[in-house]
Design a protein around this ligand. Structure first.
Ligand SMILES: Nc1ncnc2c1ncn2[C@@H]1O[C@H](COP(=O)(O)OP(=O)(O)OP(=O)(O)O)[C@@H](O)[C@H]1O
Ligand SMILES: [Mg+2]
Length: 454
């Protein structure tokens, strides 16, 4: 990324010279002759380096240094000092400036100091990022706060280090099935062995079979050489089979044998191969339904289901929504050199009240889009896409005042609706869940949350 530099000097000529020197060296520069303007600029932009003069009619360059120390520690500060003000220059170093350049300066001198400043800044940032990554890895690289995710992660930790070799992860699209599978792998003793994934929905059946089990030379036209399958390649590690619900009955039978005794044959092969691989199957379909309508073998289903995780949709984990937004806001601020530090209360209400059909993936993409397009330091309703506002029956940023009320109404509407259906089914929870299109556990949680008595 091209470094960004702020130049502050009350003499326009000096600003112009510095801009010229630095732009020629391919830096992006902002320049201002006003200290007040500079203070505004550093609040909304992320600069790699600030080069500032000392004496301004509105105050001192040292005030800018103090402000910088408060709001952007990683930005490097370089003071331009007039001849004879060595004491102030040294003083600035003790107060957090990176270096100083005495006037009159040579082009090379400026470039050398700026280059050194940027290198130092990069090192500091890398160190911080490393620390953050290590901290994040402690929690499997997943961000969560909700009790549902805490339970899931507790089980994941136990399972990861156990001998369990077959797992199922269920959940809507974008809830984090793949990241959970990777986390389980990373946390297991298999971590230094391969993690490979295969999406069962994107490959035709025959190709999927040969990808998974490999093939012998001459097994089919075009099989000019023996090829190992993913189960062999991942020996000792983990294979994630995404969208398991999509595989054909024939492949289900072959997979069942593998799940039962870890053996298989390459396509066209007669030699039994054994592979110690942890198989994680994932699906965003309801496999129970697939079993009921006989498109998925029940014996395979029960084998997979022995240890299973069902990640709830994001809308049912309201505690995670803001934690994940904040995490990705920090992430994209860093990536795009932005400084969006605040999220307005209305926006938080929208986030927690929205139904997130694309789950965490949708939230992550939205935060990325907002971070990219916003130049302010606060996320306001203006930054929210209209499609999302229309979920709350709002046609644009006007009428926002009512949003918090609308969200309350939405929850109370849900309560009333559940009560109505429960009444209509004479309190039969299975029928109610079926009619509402949710499972019994979710219904039970909602009954508890809304304190519904019937
Ligand atoms: N708890 C979380 N914390 C941080 N990021 C997350 C979390 N859960 C999911 N993500 C991010 O959301 C995106 C979608 O996650 P992932 O690919 O694991 O979803 P999935 O359930 O496998 O979706 P699909 O069914 O569409 O394959 C990824 O970019 C992932 O990094
Ligand atoms: Mg996935």
């Amino acid at each position: 990324m091209i470094p960004k530099i702020l130049i502050v000097d009350d003499e326009k000529d000096i600003c112009d010279i510095l801009v010229k020197i630095l732009s020629t060296a391919n830096y992006i520069c902002d320049a201002t002759t006003s200290l007040k303007e500079a203070k505004k600029l550093i609040k909304v932009n992320s600069y790699d380096v600030i080069i500032s003069d000392l004496v301004f009619s509105e105050g001192s360059g040292m005030d800018l240094l103090t402000l910088k120390n408060d709001i952007c520690q990683e930005t490097m500060f370089v003071l331009i000092t007039a001849y004879g003000s060595l004491k102030v220059a040294l003083d600035s170093l003790t107060k957090g400036a990176f270096d100083y350049i005495p006037k009159p300066f040579k082009n090379t001198e400026v470039l050398m100091v700026v280059d050194k400043a940027i290198q130092t800044r990069n090192l500091i940032i890398e160190k911080k990022a490393l620390r953050k990554a290590i901290a994040a890895q402690d929690q499997f690289g997943l961000i969560y706060k909700s009790h549902q995710m805490r339970e899931i992660m507790g089980l994941a930790r136990k399972v990861a280090t156990s001998e369990v070799r077959t797992l199922l992860i269920e959940g809507e699209t974008g809830v984090g099935k793949e990241v959970l599978a990777k986390a389980i792998h990373k946390f297991s003793s298999r971590a230094d062995k391969p993690f490979v994934e295969i999406n069962c929905a994107t490959l035709p059946d025959t190709l999927l079979e040969s990808e998974l089990f490999g093939y012998e030379k001459g097994a089919f036209t075009g099989a000019v050489e023996m090829k190992q399958g993913l189960l062999e390649i991942a020996m000792g590690g983990t294979v994630l089979m995404d969208e398991i619900g999509e595989i054909s009955p024939l492949l289900q039978a072959k997979l069942l044998r593998f799940v039962e005794d870890r053996t298989f044959f390459r396509v066209g092969g007669t030699k039994k191969i054994t592979a110690d691989v942890r198989l994680i199957a994932s699906t965003n379909k309801n496999l129970d339904d697939e079993v009921k309508n006989q498109s998925f073998r029940s014996d395979l289903f029960y084998r997979l289901k022995v240890i299973s995780f069902r990640i709830p949709p994001l809308r049912d984990r309201k505690d995670d929504i803001l934690a994940i937004s904040q995490y990705y806001l920090d992430y994209y601020n860093h990536l795009f050199h932005k400084k969006i530090t605040k999220i307005k209360k209305e926006v938080k209400d929208i986030f927690t009240g929205y139904h997130w059909p694309g789950n965490v993936r949708e939230l992550k993409n939205l935060v990325e889009r907002i971070a990219l397009l916003t130049d302010d330091d606060t996320i306001t309703v203006k930054n929210i896409p209209l499609e999302m506002l229309s979920f709350f029956g709002i046609n644009g940023p006007t009428g926002i005042e009512t949003i918090s009320k609308k969200i309350d109404t939405l929850e109370s509407m849900e309560k009333k609706y559940i009560e109505k259906i429960l009444k209509a089914t004479d309190g039969n929870r299975s029928k109610t869940a079926l009619l509402l299109g949710i499972n019994r556990k979710t219904l039970w949680e909602k009954i508890k949350r809304y304190k519904i008595t019937l």
